[in-house]
Write a protein that binds this ligand. Sequence first.
Ligand code: KIV
Ligand code: NA
Length: 277
Amino acid sequence: KDKVTIHTLKRLKQAGQKICMVTAYDATFAHILDQAGADVLLVGDSLGMVFQGHDSTLPVTMDQMVYHCSAVSRGARRSHIVGDLPFMSYQTSVETAVRNAGRLVAEGGVGSVKLEGGAEFADAVAAITRASIPVMGHLGLTPQSVHKMGGYVVQGKDEQTAVKILQDALAIERAGAYALVLEGVPSELAQQVTQRLSIPVIGIGAGVHCDGQVLVCYDLLGMNPDFKPKFVKRYADMHGTITGAASAFFSEIRAGAFPDEDHSFHSKTLRLVASQT
Ligand code: KIV
Ligand code: NA
């Protein structure tokens, strides 16, 4: 199968075919999700929460993103790989933004980068794009703005904030973004944005009218039974599967049933005698 590029994604929107995106943080997951048919693998800064155990994405560093991006790019074949620019890697200056986007491409091996924000980051989007690095925008519930938002709350529920999100989306498109993630907004707003933009809009908690959908892989796989927000659908109970497998392993160790003959090595020539040891 041909490698997915930003042009493939635009063609999918034009053809009315949905874009399938999922997060990945390591080579093994990247390989599985790529083979399963993902169009886009996102090395999301959500790894700060699901991989590192922080309660926000804010502590994630550039070095950590480069490390995870390089692992994911080695694991995937067909999918287009997007690397998240972490908190404070693009907000301080346009020059810093270009430099850090360049690191995700040159050291991390990704095909494009994603950053959160609207019109106020249009100059960063334009400058990174000018450096031949495609940029995916991210609007609505933007986790790096958790303190400004006052929590992880649905955005654009009233006319004024909805119009702001639509204007930000248009500004990001004008600045050269090739796609947009729209997170945590009413379905009605996401539908409007998707219709108004010519670039693909990928939703998460943004209803069915977007050009594609994305979820955090650990969420759709049901890895954490305590995390069940409205927008997540669980397609597996990996928490149960892993718990079952691991506890079976531990039971067999304790019973002396593992390893059995099938999982042990033997030698026909060894004649170890007590005097030699
Ligand atoms: O970091 C992430 O996983 C994301 C997606 C949820 C869009 O930004
Ligand atoms: Na992110």
